[in-house]
Design a protein around this ligand. Structure first.
Ligand code: SF4
Ligand code: SF4
Length: 310
């Protein structure tokens, strides 16, 4: 199912197919080079040396055994040049394609979040403001205090995300393992963590190309939230972390979803009305429910008492 989802239609599918076809052709070129090389070596042609262990090129040798020496030399040279020029061309193409992940997977893994999964970071802007309200000096001294003008809470567009978030997007292999594990997606919601990563990359590309062309860049009237990712998608996330656990290169779609949701909650007050009771309870009871966290297991005590009475 993950290979047939809507986000793969168009360029992503074409890109993936092109990569596959180019790789098959380049592999066939090098196998052809080795196969013809070895036939020439077996015939004792000068400068060609018999080698051991060329198993796969040995499999296609029968395709060339009927050729003359000169035709074999031409084929061997052509395959060599085709392969080397093809590899160089492919290396350039890779920088424009999702295949960039083969280079970015290493730094992406290096900079991945090593904190316990499920630990949701505080927002320093909010922590500083609360500290100031309570008269607590920020940890780093006065210089760490909240700036005079507070920036945006959460993220609305690509420039609000961290560079690691953007590197995550360019490192995505579009394999869909995250989406295949996502409980929201599995239960028919619109959310697909793979699409979140693809949207971040597409928006970064759009803004980058616009700036390169002397266009409006971020001021083009569009934004990541709204034009690429909808509230319906981010609201469907259960923050379960299954996507980050499933990703082979430690990409964290949840971090982006949380930042977008923080923007909606703190800048637009646009969260669904049903959530307001939860926010209020957290403010007053430090718990999503209408009672204190210390009373959370009262129900278990009650069950125990009922069982004792039986
Ligand atoms: S954290 Fe959100 S996006 Fe990731 S798997 Fe869970 S529900 Fe899906
Ligand atoms: S599992 Fe990771 S690499 Fe694969 S689609 Fe999801 S975010 Fe991208």
């Amino acid at each position: 199912k993950r290979f047939r989802m809507g986000e793969l239609k168009g360029w992503p599918a074409l890109d993936a197919n092109l990569i596959l076809i180019i790789e098959v052709i380049l592999m066939f070129a090098i196998l052809t080079m080795n196969a013809t090389d070895q036939i020439l070596a077996e015939r004792g042609v000068e400068k060609y040396v018999l080698l051991d262990g060329l198993f796969f090129s040995g499999l296609i040798q029968p395709l060339f055994v009927g050729m003359s020496d000169s035709a074999l030399i031409f084929t061997e040279r052509f395959a060599w040049w085709f392969h080397i020029v093809g590899i160089l061309g492919f290396a350039i193409y890779v920088t424009y394609s999702k295949h960039l992940h083969i280079f970015l997977a290493f730094p992406n893994t290096w900079y991945s979040n090593l904190k316990p999964k499920g630990e949701i970071g505080n927002m320093p802007e909010v922590t500083n403001e609360v500290n100031m309200m309570l008269g607590i000096q920020p940890e780093g001294g006065a210089s760490e205090a909240a700036p005079a003008e507070i920036g945006r809470f959460g993220a609305k567009d690509i420039n609000d995300l961290s560079w690691v978030n953007v590197m995550n997007a360019y490192s995505c292999t579009e394999c869909g393992r995250c989406t295949a594990e996502c409980p929201a997606n599995l239960t028919g919601k619109k959310l697909s963590p793979r699409k979140i990563m693809m949207d971040v990359r597409d928006r970064a590309e759009e803004v980058g190309k616009s700036i390169d062309a002397g266009g409006k860049g971020l001021e083009d009237g569009k934004s990541l939230l709204g034009d690429y990712i909808t509230k319906e998608e981010i609201n469907a996330c259960t923050t379960c972390n299954a996507c980050t656990e499933a990703c082979p290169v430690n990409i964290d779609p949840l971090s982006i979803i949380l930042q977008l949701r923080r923007y909606v909650a703190m800048e637009e007050s646009g969260t669904p009305a049903q959530w307001n009771a939860v926010f209020q309870n957290m403010e007053t009871s430090f718990s999503p429910w209408k009672f204190a966290p210390t009373d959370r297991f009262n129900w278990a005590e009650k069950v125990k008492e009922e069982q004792m009475e039986k």
